[in-house]
Design a binder for this molecule. Structure first.
Ligand SMILES: [Zn+2]
Length: 290
């Protein structure tokens, strides 16, 4: 069947060098389709070009922003002090200063103990700049070293006579004094006397073991407690004894009551601190500051 004339389009191709023009007859329908395809392809190409252009410009903007940020970072690096820029350094610095401060305090406590005739302990410098080897100790080792010192210190302090067996004023100090029973005779007073009323509590000044609890001549009712470092405390003229020989006592325990038993002119507590069996001045042990 032959198509209708109106459905056919004629394309005329004219070549400059040839005299005769060529004519081509195509169904109009096909030309329409071709035009749609061409338009479609053109649209896709245009859209892709647009996208490529958009992405390219976006990229440029991003680059520009990156450059600006880098410039800002460079400026900040110059402005910020090195210590802040490196937090690890700062932490190490403050840890070192804490270690030095702890060491100083340990040495102070050590001096208190040494002045009381106690052994104390050797403080190995870990934080000081003077001892480079020790300063290189890993943190955990330095901390365990301090832990050991503090453990030692805690037990030393608990077992070292310290403070008052009762809080009151002293009526008599350690040393020579005139004999209260014979004014022409000088007598050595081996402890200090605390004022008190009959029945007032007497507290032991350090943890230890009771080695004597009973009557002891001039001391009357007397308690003696043994502590570490060859130290002993003695509490005399008691009206009542609250402990037994062999009993372990903790610093602050009530070991007896104030009285006036034995060689005594009035109700008071006689308190002695003995080192290696010899009386020493208990005033040294009343506070840490002397
Ligand atoms: Zn006395």
């Amino acid at each position: 069947m032959k198509p209708k004339t109106s459905d056919i389009s004629t394309i005329v191709i004219i070549n400059k060098n040839q005299q005769q023009a060529k004519s081509l007859q195509i169904k109009t329908k096909h030309i329409e389709r071709l035009r749609h395809y061409a338009l479609g392809v053109f649209a896709v190409v245009a859209a892709l070009s647009g996208l490529v252009f958009y992405l390219h410009s976006q990229n440029k903007e991003q680059e520009e922003r990156n450059k600006q940020l880098q410039a800002q970072i460079a400026k900040l690096k110059i402005a910020v002090p090195a210590a802040v820029a490196n937090p690890a350094n700062t932490q190490q610095g403050s840890a070192q200063s804490y270690i030095q401060s702890i060491e100083t305090k340990l040495k102070t406590i050590n001096d208190y103990l040494k002045r009381r005739g106690l052994k104390g302990f050797a403080v190995k410098s870990t934080g000081g700049s003077g001892n480079n080897e020790a300063a290189k100790l890993p943190d955990s080792e330095a901390y365990s070293l301090y832990d050991d010192y503090l453990k030692h210190l805690t037990s030393t302090i608990a077992f070292t006579p310290m403070g008052y067996p009762r809080i009151s004023s002293f009526t008599s100090f350690f040393g020579y004094r005139s004999d209260p029973f014979n004014s022409e005779h000088a007598e050595f007073h081996p402890g200090i006397d605390f004022q008190g009323r009959r029945g007032d509590e007497v507290k032991c000044t350090a943890s230890g073991k009771v080695v004597f609890a009973g009557w002891a001549g001039g001391y009357g009712n007397c308690v003696r407690i043994q502590h570490i470092n060859n130290l002993e405390t003695l509490y005399g003229h008691l009206s009542k004894i609250e402990v037994k020989v062999g009993q372990k006592v903790t610093v602050g325990d009530d070991i007896g009551k104030v009285g006036s038993t034995g060689h005594s002119t009035g109700t008071h507590l006689h308190y002695e601190v003995r080192k290696d069996g010899k009386p020493i001045n208990p005033v040294k042990f009343l506070t840490l500051n002397k």
